[in-house]
Design a protein around this ligand. Sequence first.
Ligand code: UN1
Length: 513
Amino acid sequence: AEQFGMTEALAQLGIKAINDGTSTGQNTFAGGELLESYSPVDGQLIAKVKMSTPADYEKVMQTATEAFKTFRLMPAPQRGEIVRQFGQKLRDNKEALGKLVSYEMGKSLQEGYGEVQEMIDICDFAVGLSRQLHGLTMHSERPGHRMYEQYHPLGIVGIISAFNFPVAVWAWNTALAMVCGDVCVWKPSEKTPLCGVACQNILAEVLKENNLPEGISCLINGDYKIGELMTADTRVPLVSATGSTRMGKIVAQAVAGRLGKSLLELGGNNAIIVTPDADIKMTVIGAVFGAVGTAGQRCTSTRRLIIHESIYDKVKDAIVSAYGQLKIGNPLDQNNHVGPVIDTHAVEMYNKALAKVVEEGGKILVEGGVLSGEGYESGCYVKPAIAEAKGEYAIVQHETFAPVLYLLKYSGEVENAIDIQNGVAQGLSSAIMTNNLREAERFLSVTGSDCGIANVNIGTSGAEIGGAFGGEKETGGGRESGSDAWKIYMRRQTNTINYTTSLPLAQGIKFDL
Ligand code: UN1
């Protein structure tokens, strides 16, 4: 990592050998054990982070509660100005932070930069939004009455994020929550705690420069127990959680148990339908990037290709030959396409999936395997694999967070492909490759894709921040990022004002005293 300027990047981001895990600059609330962060790139220990105890958690919540009391009073456009400055600081640190993402998480440097770009983009979006937190005005049925709605800040937003997008998903939540007047408490993945510290350092600097309380953005490093405290805590009106469906069900039940709100971004099992009218060249680019980008660890990764039988062999050959070109290795080296998966546990899951698909009757088209030897010492580098399978196989129904792509065949009309694509428990992202308008529109219609994201002639991953991001069914139903996703970060109030000297009742009810 040294040759890629990692030491310099870590210093620029304020990462020390041992980092305090919580809150901002002062970092006073992390008295727990040390969490070690090893890079999947070279297996080296990058740094350690102090974790928070339940008592630390309590102090963080008090700090956040206090910060909310003042932050909510700041006019939204002024909060937008803070987010603008945050976006600027992210631009200044894009290279260093992108490198850290790549080194700590293992995605390619280009994707690391891309992730920081998503953070910058959501900041810009949030700045504009800070002047557009609109409610509606309605006509009252009563004379001399005015009715309108407004949005007020909610309070503390709890953010639980995953390792695969260790910085962007936090920023989607935080940038919006901040213009909405909320304060945030963030528990990053234990697999990427340094990305958390780096982001926190950047935002803390902006808060300090503006004489704002540090509790506006708090970081808590810890394991699932911190998550449990947060989901049970009535001081946290909204918990935004990204991760597995298994985790999401636990969070959702805990939060619902106290009638809190949750925003869930859970597993995907995303497919691209390739029809007889598809552009094969575009299909190959979309499918290969979708399947091997981030080593298959995006929740939007392409896991299934549903190909019409008439072009099946042609598409299969093109994809298999493209896989032959893939370079696997250090993701900081821009000559490589595919980096490591996050850890050896992920390698195990990958191996299990490949064994399982064969066991269920699938046929391996591109052989997988774990790489060893020079450059692969971390044991986390795996070969992107392709298997011919059937939609109903248990393993194809399951989201394996690794570069394993399943090819499925369909015949007849596009409806048959849509049935296969919708025939899984998850509903995040989907795509169709076709130049046939009828097929495309059928795919987007009410009887088409049941996912939160449905693309035409684009792959399943790499969504822009301007749209609402999220999915249906076991993906959890939440929407983050663009469009009107901001509304979940605020509480809505309907106001009716009577400016007459009498008190007429609604619905024409007579109540004479
Ligand atoms: C995720 O994998 O959790 O659409 C988020 C994409 C990215 C975000 C993925 N913009 O692939």
